[in-house]
Design a protein around this ligand. Sequence first.
Ligand code: PLP
Length: 366
Amino acid sequence: MIPCNDSKRLFDRYKDEFEAAALSVLRSGWYVLGENVLKFEKKFADSLNCKYCVGVDNGTNAIKIGFQALGIGKGDEVLVQANTYIATVLGISSNGATPVFVEPNSFFNMDENDIEKRITSKTKAIIVTHLYGQATKMDKIISLCSKYNLFLLEDCAQAHYAKFNNQYVGTFGVMGFFSFYPTKNIGAFGDAGAIVTNNEMVYKKVKMLRNYGSEVRYNFELENGCNSRLDEMQAALLLIKIKHSKEITEEKIKIANYYLDNINNPLVKLPKVEVGCTCVWHLFVLQVQDRDKFVNYMFDNGVKTDIHYPIPPHLSKAYSFLNYQKGDYPFTESLSESIVDLPIFNGMTDDEIIKVVEAVNLYGKE
Ligand SMILES: Cc1ncc(COP(=O)(O)O)c(C=O)c1O
């Protein structure tokens, strides 16, 4: 059976480096906020051509702390795309702010033409998610943020090193949020996340928030500080992934290009990449009308598939208090019923890639 993702294959490729780094942390006697975290923060910021990075414990808390740092909370509204992962929305609502959903476009990213009508006097920010690894077309969204004086934030959990107009995602707004969950393009060996920014004040605030609200030990300055630190082990292992990030990213792009060039079946709709944007293919997402049939067919032919995500946040129980109804976001809802991911991961063999293509191409002809 071909899995949809397999984090172990990259571990196997760089095994000696990972094992040496892990052992060195274990033997160091220093496990939280040490030289590996500092090194990781510098390397990751540099690799994105960004000034500052703060390592945190996961992507969800990166977003939550980001909104906290801006003072966005009760009574405020934040625009967020309706087909994002729930974590983006939790980052807003867990601070007491209200998520206001925006439809995606046919590239699965925020539809720039659906934003303006959702802005009210309470709107404080827009958070875009560069979904499935594709950079969002940012130009009009940036102008809307300037026009209405809104903060721009970017959820880059799925899009490490994707670019719009040759600039890395995460560096367009006031903050970019990253997850290094093991299956992400740049994945740790446990939970890990980061906030990147070019704004020194924001950097300082976020750094305090993740560490009990203090900059100087035992000098607590913020009442909403938390413990959301990145640990030394994950930082040391992530440094190795960052070192190999070009190869890791290019390998996924190569698999996606093979799919795009060789999958040819009128029953499945292939993903597209928008002009000016790059896609690093965290996921390779098809659209299929009779999805259950397709999923079962692929499984019977030795290929696992997955769905990101079957229930859009506005229809999930968590947000029932917002009183959204089915039909409020028709495009999002139709996507949630038709999207399906093919396997795409580092270390996928040529045989596996060819087998996936053959299976998709024979779908409906069996
Ligand atoms: C778009 C998006 N945002 C945020 C997150 C949250 O990241 P984490 O799992 O590290 O908390 C994820 C993780 O799946 C994600 O895909």
